[in-house]
Design a protein around this ligand. Structure first.
Ligand code: C2E
Ligand code: CA
Ligand code: CA
Ligand code: CA
Length: 279
């Protein structure tokens, strides 16, 4: 038992050191990443189930670190949120995506909408509404081509302020989606008050369909809830035709996932958008 205890302690200490180092590493290199042009964007198509039409694309950030290589957003976004660097990074993502979308628009390339992820601190400490207005004015992208994904957990942390800001964003003509739906603790009464258009079922509920019958029941319930509130429901992380079939039968409106396309870079998505479709 003693031995075990010591081992546990050692592991614990090692973890602490690693995470402290990681912390310093991320903070210093994240600060420079925008200036050094180390970020770029990927796009992942979102498909309407009933006619297979492309309705939009989620914008996902990628970080190509000069010595570490590709660092996934799941690893660095939490650090960026902690240090509030997410406010600058988020603004960079928004501006870059809107600029790109305006270029497509001007070239007659149809992309539906671009769906940009927005993190909690951008709502809580940044001035998201003004940032969005500025970026739309600068890029000339009409608001109807922009969708904002905001996570359930952030909305619920400060629901009154979130409702206020989301109302202003909606009034601009932007589509609003609640991301990672089902993973946080949403109060259903708030859901009714939120000025949103879309629920996005988190990929963790889709992954084990059709093996996990609980996940199937949850997905069905969210789809029914969305329908009764007049919301569009999109499922992310759809990897198999069977999952798509299940979601279609359950009445899900839209899907996104590897079954249709992985998130791909600007060149590849342009090719995707311009190649003739056979559907
Ligand atoms: P998310 O918003 O829930 O994004 C969905 C994630 O699922 C993405 O991971 C996407 O690449 C991945 N994905 C898409 N289709 C499939 C599939 O069929 N199977 C599986 N297993 N995964 C799939 P990614 O790009 O690594 O991003 C992870 C998270 O990082 C995102 O989760 C989001 O929370 C955050 N993130 C990414 N880009 C941004 C950004 O520009 N701003 C902010 N604030 N957060 C971002
Ligand atoms: Ca998202
Ligand atoms: Ca998710
Ligand atoms: Ca997420």
């Amino acid at each position: 038992a003693k031995n075990n205890g010591r081992n546990t302690y050692q592991f614990y200490e090692e973890d602490m050191t690693n995470s402290a180092l990681e912390h310093i590493f991320f903070k210093t290199s994240l600060q420079q990443a925008i200036d050094k042009d180390e970020f770029h964007l990927n796009y992942q198509p979102q498909i309407r189930l009933h006619d297979n039409a492309l309705i939009g694309m989620e914008v996902l950030i990628r970080w190509n670190h000069p010595s570490e290589g590709n660092i996934p957003p799941g690893k660095f976004i939490p650090f960026a949120e902690e240090s509030n660097l997410i406010i600058q990074i988020g603004e960079w993502v928004l501006r870059t995506a809107c600029f790109q979308a305006k270029k497509w628009l001007d070239s007659g390339i149809e992309f539906g909408r671009i769906a940009v992820n927005v993190a909690g601190p951008q709502i809580k400490r940044g001035n998201l509404v003004d940032t969005i207005k500025t970026v739309l004015a600068e890029t000339g992208l009409p608001a109807r081509y922009l969708e904002i994904e905001v996570t359930e957990s952030y909305v619920m942390q400060d629901a009154d302020r979130a409702v206020e800001q989301l109302n202003e964003i909606k009034a601009l003509g932007i589509t609003l989606a609640i991301d990672d739906f089902g993973t946080g603790y949403s109060s259903l009464s708030y859901l009714k008050k939120l000025p949103i258009h879309k629920l996005k079922i988190d990929g963790s509920f889709i992954r084990d369909i059709p093996v996990d019958t609980d996940d199937m029941a949850i997905s069905k319930a969210v789809i029914a809830l969305g329908a009764s509130l007049g919301l569009t429901v999109i499922a992310e992380g759809v990897e198999t035709a069977e999952q798509a079939r299940f979601l279609s039968h359950a009445g899900c409106d839209e899907v996104q996932g590897y079954l249709y396309s992985r998130p791909i870079d600007t060149g590849a998505i342009e090719q995707y958008l311009t190649e003739p479709k056979n559907s």
